[in-house]
Design a protein around this ligand. Sequence first.
Ligand code: BG6
Length: 303
Amino acid sequence: MSTSERTPVDVIKGVNGLEKVVLREVHGSSVEVYLYGAHVTSWKNEHGEELLFISSKETFKPPKPIRGGIPICFPQFSNLGPLELHGFARNRFWTFDDDPPPLPPDVTNKVFLDLILRPTQEDLKLWPHSFEYHLRVTLGPGSDLMLTSRVRNTGTDGKPFTFTFAYHTYFAVSDISEVRVEGLETLDYLDNCQKRERFTEQGDSLTFESEIDRIYLSTPTKIAVMDHEKKRTFLIRKDGLPDAVVWNPWDKKAKAMVDFGDDEYKHMLCVEAAAVENPITLKPGEEWRGRQQLSAVSTLLDS
Ligand code: BG6
């Protein structure tokens, strides 16, 4: 059965004619996914409020990855290997997955999209491993956004392969100095700003007053990003993704990035469900599943 028969999706032309799909939920929430990178570029709640940050300087010109939304870092997170930064999945054209893995039993009333990435001959020269990457993007009731990745080793050479991964989510926040992250207290992290040295988080919760680029290790499955000014809390629930990356470039790095406004660091925070410290190894025929569920909850009544 084709994706278009299964889900009420519109395929339309986005910026620069790049194809995108818009998923809409009956209560008014929506999600936009570009086939370029299988990149979620917009997630709006039932009131039409945008929940993800996308840079005003983004030009949507392949092969540059899209700055903002939810880039998929695969098969390599950061520069931890021979590939380009964050791997190649975020700047490849994905296609509709006409033969997705079976649906979980609770999908009634949910809107979803299945995409697939297979390596081209060129990709195999860069990373000589055959794989199938199935991505399901689901918009649930209450505006929840779920991303489920299934990566399978389809190689016939008998060889395993190893990869690292992240959903590089850029949350939109009103003012970074009013944001707090809970769920990472007392954990060990690798600090990318200090040569990936290992430290232990001391504070009660994370707040932000300078550049941050850390890989928190073996985190709980639930992390909260609290935006006090907006009176909104993002909840990240993750499965199969033990680590969490926290990134904000702050002013100096922001100025150095051509696809990022000088002051935009104030309005974003990346909290990334990831598998970095212990790379995932798949033998031929094996499959890995990594899932993140994002919720945005209004805290108006709690204040
Ligand atoms: C974060 C990394 O996940 O992504 C940072 O921890 C990196 O080190 C950032 O700078 C942005 O990467 P990119 O390739 O999108 O500019």
